[in-house]
Structure formats: C-alpha cells, structure tokens
Write a protein that binds this ligand. Structure first.
Ligand code: TXA
Ligand code: MG
Length: 336
C-alpha cells in the first residue's frame, strides 16, 4: 500500500464550497489524501479526517489546538459500518436502532480489528461512534466509504460552529475545504451515552435524555464526576469545565440586566432592565427549547462580538433539551 502524499502543513488556503455533487466528490478525495474537510452534521459542523490515517488525525489535533488525550468520534454511514468498529451490547443495539441516524453518540468497546487509528481514541480501549442524519454528512460518508473522525469544527475551547462562516472564523488557514450545507438544524452536539456497562450519560446533547430512557425502559446512569473538574481529568475526556467558551464573561440565571450588559433572553417574559442592554438576542421568543438549542452557539458568538462587559443569560428550564443547553452555558460561564 502506498502512503498518501503528505499534505503541506499550515498555513494553507481554505476553500468554502456549496454542498453539491462536485463538492461531495472533492471532499471524499481530499479526505483520502489525508487532508482535513469540514462538513455539516445535523448537530454542529465537524472537522473531518480519515479515521484510519494517523497522520491526518495528528494534523486534525494540531488544527484544533486540541489536547491529545481528548478522543474523537468516528462517524459512519450506518449500523453495519459501526459494527466493524465496536462491540454492541443489547442496550447499545436497542439505542442504535432507535436513534441512528441522529444526534446520539455511543461509546463502546473497540472491536478487535477496529481500523480506526490509535491516536483517534487516545489510547482508550473504547471508541465513540455516531451515525449522523445530515444529508451532506451521509453523502460524504457514502462517497468516502471509510469512517471519518470529526470533532466539532472549532478551535479547542471555542464555541461549536453551526454555520460554515463560524468554521471559517475559527479555522481559516487550518482546514483545506469547508463544505457549506447551511445552518445546522439541531445546533447542539450529540448526546453521548457509554454502553461499556450500565448505559451512562457522558454528555447531554441534541437527543433528550428522556427519549433515551423511554427506549431503555430505565434511567441512564450518571457519569462519575471528577472531584475537581480540570483540563486533564482522565475520567471524563472532553468534558473540560470551561469547554464552550466565549471571550466575554457569562452571568447565568439573570433576573435583571445591568447597563452595558449583553442579554441572552429566553421566552416571551420581559426581563427587568432589558432596555439598558448593549445588545439583546432571544434564544426563542416563544419559549421553544428546540429553537433555543439551534440558536445557542450562533447567538453566543454574536453577543461575544458585541464587546460587552458581560453576557447576562436568563434562566432556561432544565427539562428536555434544556439539560444540554444549561450544561453548555455552565461550561461557557466557568472561570478560566
Ligand atoms: O455532535 C457531535 O457529536 C459533533 C459532530 C461533529 O458529530 N462532534 C463532537 O465532537 O462534538 P467533539 O470531539 O467536539 O466531542 C466528542 C466528545 C469529547 O468530549 C470526547 O472526549 C468524547 O466525545 N469521547 C470520544 N471518545 C470517547 C471515549 N472513548 N470515551 C469517552 N468519551 C469519549
Ligand atoms: Mg467540541
């Protein structure tokens, strides 16, 4: 087997292209050559690399500025392809059949002859696998015919991108090709469930916990909390305390707005002092958590760019997708 040609290292030219048939073929071709390709999934944009190519994955970590211990999700076209990577328990099988393709990632024992490069799983004997629902992601997977590792296409520590423009802002000169498929519909990263023993919620996300528990017929186990969340807590890779970070400080559960603050509102209820806000956006004026999730990251970016002293965030209900929205907001507000 001949090694793929070693692509040039940064700085490179980043091209953004509309997601038509030519773009899909080019994306697959570029991936096969060991290049990085950003593409939309229904949750957020991913920064894709050939999951079987260790060098491409090393470049991916470098492009993101991501700590190497933080393992990646392998994306595949369907359950049959996922079975080549990982072992499915009965519960995992049930969840895959109920929710794939869709915003659910399963962490499973790695299959013996799993072709995914060791670097992608950061030396763990488990692997995160997901079948995305987005038409463009599905077409790229079909054309590439191999698993694609794809973290969210942002610089490490930044807010996840829900448009091609967000990707360009963060990764210009660090990614070869960005396939533009419009704004993502879910807007939050996938929900991650480990099926290594009792199914355990590792990250709340675009698929509400309640939907998963209904299929399982029992509650999910909770991820063991590291005593002090830190950037190198090995128990919880990727769940860094201040992971989703705008530059501007966040103030959560705000009941009144101070002069000069930016406001991230939720629902129809007016908040005291809103007229004093430097800038105001509403996640969902009608109080819809699905709409709020889809707007979360782009509105955080827009408010961050306003240069206010602080972003005041109104309380968001904890039910359904509210769990994941509040999780991301808590991380964005964590001291760093
Ligand atoms: O919606 C999504 O999941 C997006 C799209 C692009 O698919 N991807 C995404 O990837 O959010 P990333 O890399 O930003 O987040 C993946 C998370 C990280 O927190 C990582 O630590 C965790 O998955 N993870 C990956 N493999 C794992 C494993 N074997 N055990 C525990 N956690 C794992
Ligand atoms: Mg991410």
């Amino acid at each position: 087997m001949t090694a793929p040609p070693a692509p040039k290292t940064a700085p490179m030219t980043t091209r953004v292209t509309r997601a038509d048939g030519t773009a899909i073929r080019e994306a697959a071709q570029r991936l096969a050559e060991g290049h990085l390709v950003a593409f939309p999934t229904e949750t957020v944009y991913g920064l894709g690399a050939d999951a079987t190519n260790g060098e491409a994955i090393a470049r991916l970590y470098a492009a993101k500025g991501r700590p190497k211990f933080n393992p990646l999700i392998a994306h595949v076209a369907d359950l049959a392809a996922a079975r080549a990577l990982a072992r499915f328990s009965a519960a995992a099988d049930l969840l895959a059949k109920a929710f794939w393709p869709g915003p659910l990632t399963l962490v499973l024992p790695k299959a013996e002859d799993c072709p995914v490069a060791e670097l992608a799983t950061a030396g763990l004997d488990s692997i995160a696998v997901r079948v995305p629902r987005h038409d463009v992601a599905q077409k790229i997977l079909a054309a590439f015919k191999k698993p694609i590792v794809a973290p969210s296409a942002n610089r490490s520590g930044h807010v996840s991108p829900t448009t091609a423009a967000h990707v360009l802002t963060d990764l210009r000169g660090r990614v070869d090709l960005i396939v533009d498929g419009g704004a993502t519909s879910v807007g939050l990263e996938s929900t991650i469930v480990a099926c290594l023993g009792a199914p355990t919620l590792l990250r709340p996300g675009g698929l509400p916990r309640g939907d998963i528990e209904r299929v399982l017929g029992h509650p999910l186990a909770e991820r063991p909390q590291p005593s002090a969340p830190s950037d190198d807590a090995p128990l919880a890779p990727g769940m860094l305390a201040s992971h989703y970070a705008p530059r501007t400080r966040l103030r959560l559960d705000a009941e009144r707005i101070e002069a000069g603050e930016a406001l991230l509102a939720f629902g129809p209820r007016p908040v005291a002092g809103a007229e004093k806000a430097a800038m105001a956006l509403n996640l969902s004026a009608r109080g819809d958590l699905i709409e709020a999730a889809a707007n979360l990251f782009s509105q955080l970016r827009a408010l961050d760019a306003a240069g206010a002293a602080c972003i005041a965030v109104m309380p968001i209900p904890h039910e359904s997708l509210g769990e994941a929205i509040n999780d991301r907001l808590r991380r964005a507000a964590a001291p760093r």
